[in-house]
Design a protein around this ligand. Structure first.
Ligand SMILES: Nc1nc2c(ncn2[C@@H]2O[C@H](COP(=O)(O)OP(=O)(O)OP(=O)(O)O)[C@@H](O)[C@H]2O)c(=O)[nH]1
Ligand SMILES: [Mg+2]
Length: 194
């Protein structure tokens, strides 16, 4: 898809500030530091639109970006950050759950896993939430630039088995490997929404 415009719209800390706009939304979720913001930037070809950092827990709010005046990319705060307080974890859970449960515009959720590790129990839980809410999702295995072709194959199979899925897209925000495939899937979900 050709990107004509990509603008940061708002950072939500509370469900009352989620946009009520009917335009479709594509969300990015996954463990803290897995590369959600990097994936979003590299898909759009805009460096620094979503803030990235090597410090886990960088994105703490739900950030909405309006693309081509047509649909939203939604960068969700990551999970599994060990240093987070109990209270923060609870608030995170409530915010994400409210987002997923009440989002008819949510046409696709992209769940990121780290290609170098097996999916974590929290990754499995996230996938269960998506299924529970009947939401279409795509699993993207990222940072594959750090793996050999052989390791990549192995990691894909392992992740598919662990998550009980038959499709996973290998991605790298550094080389943009996988970008075409992810865009194809995003486009088809936006088109179906009408
Ligand atoms: N080699 C490599 N590094 C990556 C890739 N994607 C992200 N990174 C690096 O991983 C770190 C975390 O990336 P972010 O995009 O900030 O991760 P995030 O999931 O948004 O993290 P939080 O907002 O903290 O939940 C940064 O140092 C990125 O440069 C990738 O595909 N390949
Ligand atoms: Mg982030």
């Amino acid at each position: 898809m050709r990107i004509k415009s990509a603008q940061f719209k708002l950072a939500a800390t509370d469900p009352s500030s989620f946009p009520k706009d009917p335009r479709p939304q594509i969300s990015f979720m996954g463990r803290s530091n897995v590369g959600k913001s990097s994936l979003l930037n590299s898909l759009l070809g805009v460096k620094g639109l979503a803030r990235t950092s090597s410090t886990p827990g960088r994105t703490q709010t739900i950030n909405f970006f309006l693309i081509n005046e047509d649909y939203y990319f939604v960068d969700l705060p990551g999970y599994g950050y060990a240093k987070t307080s109990k209270e923060n974890r609870r608030a995170w859970g409530q915010l994400i759950e409210r987002y997923l449960a009440e989002r008819p515009q949510l046409v696709l959720s992209i769940l990121l896993v780290d290609a170098r590790h097996e999916p974590t129990p929290l990754d499995l839980q996230m996938k269960s939430w998506l299924q529970h809410y009947g939401l279409p999702f795509l699993v993207v295995s990222t940072k594959v630039d750090k793996l050999s072709a052989n390791e990549k194959n192995k990691s894909q199979k392992l992740a598919c088995t662990a998550l009980g899925i038959d499709q996973i897209v290998s991605y790298s925000s550094v080389t943009r490997e996988g970008a075409g495939q992810v865009w194809e899937i995003i486009d088809s979900h936006i088109a179906q929404y009408g």
